[in-house]
Design a protein around this ligand. Structure first.
Ligand code: PHE
Length: 451
């Protein structure tokens, strides 16, 4: 595999991987979940999930990717010549397609809001009107589809430039800027008069809030946030150098991803409470609560613009990583050029992304299992496919791969000492699959009696 591309630098490899992990999951979901479900107690459970289950599964994907230096399908075929694992590759490709389709709709919303912020339109509405502004926007099929498509075209422009000049360069440029912006926002937020109330909401430990439902929610959140279970990290690791330490890279990704999630909370809640607003989750927080605050804030114009720039960077470095799964797969399995593979995966995402965008307006009545396409894609991927992928990756590395191969891979053939190697294998065999099966069954509603 001498001629296969690799990330140019270790920093680039880490920036790209952290870029994948840091996304909307960190900024719009984690802070609210934490605040709502026990503050520091939730954060403690979340950390436990990241350490016990997240890091081992990241390492599992890294081992498969870096050992084979192939896309998910080729990698599984190489490492498991006897047992056909094509179905697992198919599961990953399906997850990647579903996630990029609904995720890019939200990315389109972000672009719309960025443009509106730049034009100064966001600051002209009245605080109580932001709800209407948002609902009017997502009900408009033309605008939502247009931005989804344009976002995917921007994503394509990065992808077609290749791994080093596209994926890696974008991450190297955006991730430091993202961290810088986040810190500036945090400092500003902490200087607000009501900051302590926001911090209390986020951190006040309340162990009585920790129900099984909350614990399971924390696990699911960890999975989505770490981009686990769809071979995203596997694909990136296939471009790692043989001298990179897999366990160190995995720990770094987990630490930085968690740090961004906590910082996002520190950035958001003090401002929200200072302006006497109610904290919310998801779209409401980003597209209604915060714009209404920016509008009243001195210097709100620039803060609004920078905030949507921050979100845009967090989002596109994640969609880039989803696309890379597809591009590596199409180009290696079907001998397509990078450009052709990028066009094909963008084409698929445009068709399905358009349908997801339309599920807020034109086809909002079209429901499968009571869910619109957007909700269905989100539900099936996050609650079913990612956990399944995680279970199978841990079983594959924990039980099916030769233990010596795994230890060699973790220690770079004995060149580095990794004290936690055995512990990680233990988790991959017993702890991670058991924990994920619990999340999975719970996500499917089988433990209804726990509520
Ligand atoms: N981890 C990303 C986030 O937190 C989402 C993502 C999922 C990215 C799967 C890639 C693959 O938003």
């Amino acid at each position: 595999m001498k001629d296969r591309v690799q990330f140019a630098t270790r920093i680039g490899a880490i920036a790209a991987t952290v870029g994948s992990a840091v996304g909307l999951g960190n900024i719009w979901r984690f802070p609210y979940e934490a605040g709502q479900n026990g503050g520091a107690a939730f954060i403690a459970i979340y950390l436990l999930c990241v350490v016990v289950m997240g890091v081992p599964v990241i390492v599992a994907e890294f081992v498969i990717g870096r050992r084979s230096h192939k896309n998910v399908c080729g990698a599984l075929r190489d490492l498991s010549p006897k047992v056909n694992m094509k179905w697992l590759a198919a599961l990953c490709i399906t997850s990647a397609i579903l996630i990029i389709s609904f995720y890019s709709v939200v990315c389109g919303w972000i672009v719309e809001y960025l443009v509106q912020a730049l034009m100064g339109n966001l600051s002209s509405a009245h605080a109580q009107d932001y709800n209407t502004v948002f609902v009017t926007f997502i009900s408009n099929p033309y605008r939502t589809v247009m931005w989804t498509v344009l976002f995917l075209v921007a994503n394509f422009m990065v992808m077609r430039r290749g791994l080093k000049r596209g994926v890696e360069l974008a991450a190297n440029l955006m991730m430091p800027f993202l961290f810088l912006l986040l810190i500036v926002f945090c400092v500003f937020s902490l200087l607000q008069p009501g900051a302590s109330k926001g911090l209390e909401f986020l951190f006040q430990p309340d162990f009585s809030a920790i129900t099984p439902r909350v614990a399971v929610g924390a696990m699911g959140q960890a999975f989505f946030s770490l981009s686990l279970g769809l071979s995203c990290l596997l694909t990136y690791a296939s471009y790692f150098k043989d001298t990179d330490s897999l366990v160190r890279n995995a720990s770094l990704v987990a630490i930085l991803d968690t740090l961004v999630a906590v910082l996002a909370g520190i950035m958001i809640f003090p401002i929200v409470f200072s302006y006497d607003m109610q904290p919310a989750a998801g779209p409401e927080l980003i597209f209604q609560v915060l714009p209404a605050i920016f509008q009243q804030m001195p210097g709100g114009y620039i803060f609004a613009v920078l905030f949507f720039v921050l979100l845009f960077m967090a989002a596109i470095t994640s969609t880039i990583s989803m696309s890379e799964i597809l591009i590596a797969y199409f180009s290696e399995e079907f001998k397509m050029t990078r450009n052709g593979a990028s066009m094909l995966s963008t084409g698929i995402a445009i068709v399905l992304g358009t349908l997801c965008a339309l599920s807020f307006n034109v086809i909002s009545d079209f429901k499968i299992f009571g869910k619109t396409l957007f909700d269905l894609f989100d539900y099936v991927s996050s609650n079913i496919l990612l956990p399944l992928g995680g279970i199978f990756f841990s079983i594959f590395v924990g039980w099916m791969l030769d233990r010596k191969l795994v230890l060699d891979e973790l220690s770079n053939n004995g060149k580095i000492r990794v004290r936690t190697a055995r512990l990680i294998i233990f988790s991959l065999r017993y702890v991670a699959p058991t924990a994920i099966i619990v999340v999975f069954l719970y996500g499917l509603g089988l433990f209804g009696w726990l509520n």
